[in-house]
Design a binder for this molecule. Sequence first.
Ligand code: NZQ
Ligand code: ZN
Length: 399
Amino acid sequence: MAFFFKSREIRKGKMLDFNFRNPTNILFGRGKIATINEHISPGSRVLILYGGGSVRANGTLAQATAALAGYTLFEFSGIEPNPSYETLMKAVELVQDESIDFLLAVGGGSVIDGTKFVAAAALFEGEPWSILLDRGASIERALPMGTVLTLPATGSEMNRGAVVTRRALQAKLVFHSSHVFPQFSVLDPEKTYSLPLKQISNGVVDAYVHVMEQYLTYPVNAMVQDRFAEGLLLTLLEVGPRALADPEDYDLRANLMWSATMGLNGLIGAGVPQDWATHMIGHELTAAHGLDHAQTLAIILPSLLTVCQEDKWAKLLQYAERVWGLKGGGEETRIEAAIALTRKFFEQMRIKTHLSDYGIGEESIPRLLQQLETHGMVALGERQSVTLDVSKKILEMSL
Ligand code: NZQ
Ligand code: ZN
């Protein structure tokens, strides 16, 4: 018990020092795709990268191509959800063979992340997989890139991170580098109209959890970041279910899109401790069982908040009050209710929140823990207190 009280009592700290720079030019609104030529040097050899064909079917690819009349254009298709190293290396080869000098990603987070990897790997000296092994630290340059976003979720369109999976190793790893910030990103809410509702559910939950990873830690008197984060959470709570009910409401899609971008463009995370344990455990679930990224988050976050509640006590109370309006009753009761409401929201967004809902049982846990260990994920969270034992508890509670 002494340990618990000690954790709970760390309630105040100082805002952490930070440098903040985000160079991505956001082109927001209907029809903005037609203006991308203003942001790419004339005469460039441009490679357009996309996924399995949704952007061909909904006309976005044709619009991008039309906007780039006069450039020498190439195409690379087939970047999968949870983009694979194996596929991306084929794009790297094309970039090198054709002396490409600008990359345009047209799609969701997977296409954008994949393009970031291609941008760095094409100019990388050495074995490109090491980009993932050292989390991007050895990247010294990258090809310039821009994006046309078609799925609001990851924030990749305005950040310096990417996640790549090497199928052969069942490894889903993250890298970060300032060299892979997109130079521009088109955010046209109408581009989301063709999304299957499942991807809207995924996007809302992913964005919500991004905010939680940067907000629900311990307080450091970061009033601006906290209020921004709470504003984003409240917006997602309001807009998410309505975006499912009314798929072609421009205002809902516009607010969803901007919330998702703002949730992971560095702004709310500057100067505050960050968690990311839910994501790291979730990545192992995707690598081992193929679950969608957002499904893994909806499973892990409620359990993680429960297991780690002593460390997160003060912020959980703040979250309960400011996001869920829970003021009365004992502290434990409020925290329990806030976590239960979070789970209910994910379920309301039609994402199931238990491993068993996906046919994953207790027998999978040792393998997931083994993967976490192999990938060095043995001291996660804002206090590095999510050891393998804690991850085990979180996974057991997620059954
Ligand atoms: O491949 P296509 O045919 O384009 O279809 C895609 C894909 O099947 C489809 N889609 C996208 N836009 C569409 C559309 N279908 C119809 N109409 C449209 N407008 O949606 C499916 C899923 O796309 P995907 O890009 O995989 O989804 P999402 O944007 O959720 O990206 C998930 C990936 O991003 C990573 C995840 O780990 C995962 O690999 N993340 C990246 C982050 C970052 N870079 O900062 C942070 C996140 O935490 C996340 O981890
Ligand atoms: Zn995410």
